[in-house]
Design a protein. Structure first.
Length: 183
């Protein structure tokens, strides 16, 4: 039903800028008060412009509409909770471990999966959630401690292959990170 209006509007706009402006205002403010101005701008001897008014008249009676309903699956950003509070803990050099250890038992007893967001730390309790931030590029992931290590001097945490990929550690093999224990 709106297609004839769009076609007629573009046809009329090419010839009468005042008419196009009046029609645009009609759409924005409600058509009834502006429609009279559009009729005055039309010449009585041009049937194409008169048909434009006739095609536009049904829209003058349309009621004002409320805001459209949110689409299914849309996220209400006002309901997003802030990040959980975190306690900064000692950062340092992080490394990663992956496919070579797939299926092996970790110190917590579960089997290692390089696709999970897990990590090894020397002293944090198993199940602790830690936010790991790469100091070089600012990328951040949250990992769950499920293993002990690293056993290389100077390293503070070993992250899984999935976490390392998100942090950008795969190529270099290690990198400086900041750690924060999530509460």
């Amino acid at each position: 039903m709106t297609q004839p209006f769009r076609i007629s509007l573009s046809r009329a706009a090419g010839r009468h800028a005042a008419l196009a402006a009046a029609c645009a205002a009609a759409l924005a403010m409600g058509a009834a008060p502006i429609l009279a101005q559009a009729e005055e701008a039309l010449s009585a001897d041009n049937p194409a412009e008169q048909s434009f008014v006739a095609e536009f008249e049904p829209y003058a009676a349309l009621p004002d509409t409320a805001e459209p309903a949110a689409e299914p699956g849309a996220v209400d950003i006002t309901a997003i909770e802030p990040a959980p509070p975190a306690e900064a803990i000692k950062g340092g050099l992080a490394s990663w471990y992956g496919p070579r250890f797939k299926g092996r038992r970790t110190a917590s007893g579960e089997r290692f999966n390089p696709s999970d967001y897990t990590a090894a730390h020397r002293s944090l309790p198993f199940g602790s959630k830690v936010r790991v931030t790469n100091r070089r590029n600012g990328r951040t992931v949250v990992v769950r401690i499920n293993d002990r290590g690293p056993f290389v001097r100077g390293r503070v945490i070993d992250v899984s292959q999935a976490a390392a990929a998100d942090l950008g550690l795969i190529g270099p093999g290690h990198g400086e990170v900041e750690l924060a224990l999530l509460k």
